[in-house]
Ligand binder design. Structure first.
Ligand SMILES: Cc1cc2nc3c(=O)[nH]c(=O)nc-3n(C[C@H](O)[C@H](O)[C@H](O)COP(=O)(O)OP(=O)(O)OC[C@H]3O[C@@H](n4cnc5c(N)ncnc54)[C@H](O)[C@@H]3O)c2cc1C
Length: 498
């Protein structure tokens, strides 16, 4: 395969492939198992398309009992498992393994219950993010986290990545809107964490599972909070002569005590690409654009629009428009939501990064990013969840040019290290996966990483669930019990490391 170094394939498992496929067929009969090379091609990669790997076999369970039996079988027989939702991960979280089962959850696609009294919905993990809102909107409700991929990505994937979207500044990420999950652990045990109630007894295991990138268990049911849609929502398009001025305006809005429903920023290359693609009505004579959505009761929204307008003028805004209808508001957002595919039209390839910084560092990070852009000779288009400091630089490159992918990856790694250097973190919402795995030491030392892996061991003692993701070095759990290195001697020297 191309891409990152993954755990070495287990020759013994590969040698048993036919027996394994036969056993899995007994658990998931009919169309529940795909093992043909051509048919498995569709599963070779996820949203991080630069990396590909054909799985050993694809399994599509339909019931929790089947998920449990598949996992118990894999656990007993030392077989790795990679869970998969819609495969839109941008960090390679669902990248298959040559000697692993790819457990695709697409058949878990039913909304099980909508409970308006308790303001929640119970859904299977393969339900798309947008389908939850579709299921509740007839009563004026919606599901708040709205990744741009919401038409395709599944709620199971959202839980695993703790996904966010443009409205998460005010309404929170997946973790803030999640009430409970049913999870199957690698030994086949079915556990319930949380539920319709607001808080759970004991440790916050739901918090641990959220964002665990398929390393702790397979989610088979999700209970999410649903919210009444705000009475009014209006969006402002505000253009600035520089990203620095737009960045300062963002800081001023937040420090004024205003929490917009969404506050996004785009730089000139992203504005032009989006406008050409969806004709959202964006101004083309500005260097940076803010989309600020204010929502709530009519009178409050009116007041906030005035105030944001004042702050924008104070920070040098040259254009400002307020949506006058819901169609226009959605058109303003359509450009932002289509920014990735729009940038895909102006460059043969692009590499989407995801780092988070303290808001006040934005001008410095933008300046240093443009220096890096010159240094690497690669263009970059920027879209940000500006309100929460989550950057999505899109590095433009051409995979057909020798070494450009490698250059794009190095450029991306430098951007993420810069995020950590200014006090931020390696990821905002796309996860670590394989993409940022080897950068983890830029943020965590060996002790931190060992503690995180001990937690993983409590759920998965053989390291069979999604290995090769998140942790740069996989230690065996037995070894982690004793991390003490005596006179330079590594404990368990015979254990393989990669
Ligand atoms: C164009 C585009 C725009 C995007 N915009 C956003 C955005 O605005 N915000 C954002 O946060 N993300 C965004 N993403 C990233 C991606 O859509 C999210 O990470 C999403 O949550 C992945 O969901 P999925 O169903 O595709 O999961 P997959 O890609 O299939 O899997 C992602 C991870 O979840 C694990 N997983 C999946 N299902 C389960 C399960 N049932 N149990 C346990 N683990 C599971 C997998 O093992 C993997 O580690 C975007 C992606 C694209 C392609």
């Amino acid at each position: 395969m191309s891409g990152p170094i993954m755990p070495e394939a287990d020759a013994d498992v590969l040698g048993r492939r036919q027996d394994i496929v036969r056993a899995l067929r007994q658990i998931c009969p009919g169309e529940g198992v795909i093992d043909g090379a051509e048919e498995m091609r569709a599963y070779e990669s996820d949203g991080l398309t630069a990396y590909r790997q054909r799985p050993m076999v694809v399994v599509l369970p339909e019931t929790v009992r089947q998920v449990s039996a598949v996992l118990a079988y894999c656990h007993e027989n030392g077989i790795k498992v990679v869970p998969r939702g819609a495969g839109t991960s941008l960090s390679g979280g669902a990248l298959p393994l040559e000697d692993g089962v790819l457990l695709a959850m697409g058949k878990f696609n039913r909304v099980l219950e909508v409970d308006f009294d308790n303001r929640c919905a119970v859904v299977q993990p393969g339900v798309t993010n947008l389908a939850i809102t579709e299921a509740v909107k007839h009563r004026g409700f919606y599901y708040a986290p709205d990744p741009s991929s919401q038409i395709a990505c599944t709620i199971g994937g959202n839980v695993a990545e703790n996904s966010g979207g443009v409205h998460c500044l005010k309404y929170g990420l997946t973790t803030n809107n999640l009430l409970g999950v049913e999870l199957v652990t690698i030994d086949g045990e079915v556990v319930r964490l949380g539920g319709k109630h607001l808080d759970s007894e004991g440790y916050d295991l739901l918090g641990i599972v959220t964002g665990s990138e398929g390393l702790l268990g397979v989610v088979t049911e999700v209970t999410v909070r649903i919210l009444p849609a705000p009475e009014t929502a209006r969006a402002m398009l505000v253009g600035f002569p520089s990203s620095e001025e737009a960045g300062r305006c963002v800081a001023d809005i937040i420090s004024d005590g205003i929490i917009p429903g969404g506050m996004e920023m785009m730089d000139k290359p992203a504005i032009h690409a989006a406008e050409e693609f969806v004709h959202a009505g964006y101004p083309l004579d500005v260097e940076a654009l803010l989309i600020v959505e204010l929502d709530g009761p009519e009178a409050e929204v009116h007041h906030l629009i005035e105030r944001v307008g004042e702050l924008a003028r104070k920070n040098g805004a040259t254009t400002s428009r307020v949506s006058t209808s819901d169609e226009e508001r959605l058109a303003f957002w359509a450009g932002r939501k289509a920014a990735f595919p729009a940038v895909g039209r102006i460059s043969p390839d692009y590499y989407c990064m995801d780092g988070t910084i303290p808001r006040h560092s934005l001008p410095e990070v933008l300046r240093r990013m443009s220096e890096l852009s010159e240094q690497y000779g690669l263009r970059v288009a920027n879209v940000f969840h500006a309100g929460d400091g989550n950057l999505h630089p899109l590095i433009l490159y051409d995979a057909n040019e020798p070494d450009e992918l490698h250059k794009a990856e190095s450029f991306g790694a430098d951007i993420l290290k810069l995020c950590v250097e200014v006090g931020g973190v390696l990821t905002g919402e796309h996860g670590v996966g394989v993409e940022k795995r080897d950068l983890m030491p830029a943020m965590f030392d060996e002790t931190d990483l060992a503690h995180q892996q001990r937690l993983k061991c409590a759920f998965d003692d053989q390291g069979l669930l999604n290995p090769g993701k998140v942790f740069p070095t996989l230690h065996r759990c037995a070894e982690l019990g004793r991390m003490h290195i005596h006179r330079g001697q590594m404990p368990f020297p015979d254990l393989p490391r990669f």
